[in-house]
Write a protein that binds this ligand. Structure first.
Ligand SMILES: NC(=O)c1ccc[n+]([C@@H]2O[C@H](COP(=O)([O-])OP(=O)(O)OC[C@H]3O[C@@H](n4cnc5c(N)ncnc54)[C@H](OP(=O)(O)O)[C@@H]3O)[C@@H](O)[C@H]2O)c1
Length: 246
């Protein structure tokens, strides 16, 4: 996927043009968590644009991102390079442990489960995906994080384990981007907040919160991904392409 030089993070008209141009030259994408609400919608949107999509998931392929052997063998079977690798795995509630509303609800087990899935999982994918990214030419590694993982943006509290795991994921993405940039000069490694999306993930938690269907979230994310430049690597963006504070 190559972005013309004039594609900065500019006005919306130019942004749309850049996105279209960038999309036009994207050939291959790998979606981890392709069975999920957002992962599936992104896979379908890319396929509709003529991109060759490889989707991997726990339910269809037995890929458990918490297990390094599983990640290593699933990614080891693939032939890159991929212009885009998107990690769309994650959960808010694991084994019945709901996001905590108060400190007294925090448990080591639930916190470790959150770290295993929402931080260690995408981190292992990044570790094993480096060899699937092109050394020359623009490519994007993106992991779905969440705005609630932002410390600077946290005005409500609660959701301790999920927030903390996503904040740790953000640090992994930022740190990984520095190393990746040394060997892959045009690689872009980012954390993305997809917005509030109507998927199984949010089923119990949406309430009256404004939300979008996964198809709309997928288009939003692909616009942001298409508009990223190498200067954006290591950062955290929301579905509108705005920087989210750490
Ligand atoms: N939906 C939102 O409003 C929202 C907001 C902010 C951030 N996010 C983030 O966006 C990401 C995707 O969310 P979503 O709404 O698409 O959720 P979803 O529909 O519940 O999909 C979750 C995905 O994660 C996969 N997964 C769960 N545990 C796994 C494991 N151990 N190994 C491998 N895959 C595993 C699921 O695989 P199987 O189904 O195959 O088991 C599924 O593909 C998450 O990281 C979430 O934190 C979502």
């Amino acid at each position: 996927m190559k972005t013309p030089k004039f594609c900065g993070r500019g006005g919306t008209g130019l942004k749309r043009l850049c996105t279209r141009l960038a999309d036009a030259v994207m050939d291959k994408a790998l979606i981890i968590g392709a069975s999920g609400g957002i992962g599936r919608a992104v896979s379908e949107a890319l396929s509709a644009r003529g991109v060759a999509v490889t989707g991997l998931s726990r339910s269809d392929d037995g890929l458990d991102v918490r297990d390094e052997a599983s990640v290593g063998s699933a990614l080891g079977r693939l032939a890159g390079p991929y212009d885009l690798i998107l990690v769309a795995t994650g959960a808010l509630e694991i084994d019945g442990a709901r996001p905590e509303k108060a400190l007294r609800q925090v448990t080591p087990a639930a916190m470790m489960d959150q770290f295993a899935l929402n931080c260690i999982g995408p981190s292992l994918v990044l570790k094993h995906a480096v060899g699937l990214l092109p050394r020359d030419g623009r490519c994007v590694f993106a992991a779905l994080s969440a705005r609630v993982g932002s410390i600077g943006d946290n005005g409500f509290g609660g959701w301790y384990s999920y927030r903390t795991a996503k904040a740790a994921l953000n640090q992994m993405i930022h740190t990984g981007s520095i190393e990746l940039g040394r060997s892959h000069r045009e690689a872009i490694c980012v954390a993305l907040h997809p917005g509030t999306v109507q998927t199984p993930f949010t089923e119990k938690y949406l309430g009256r919160h404004p939300s979008v269907p996964p198809e709309e979230a997928a288009q939003n994310l692909l616009s942001v991904i298409g508009d990223l430049t190498v200067e954006d690597s290591g950062q955290f963006f929301d579905w509108q392409g705005a920087r989210v504070p750490w």
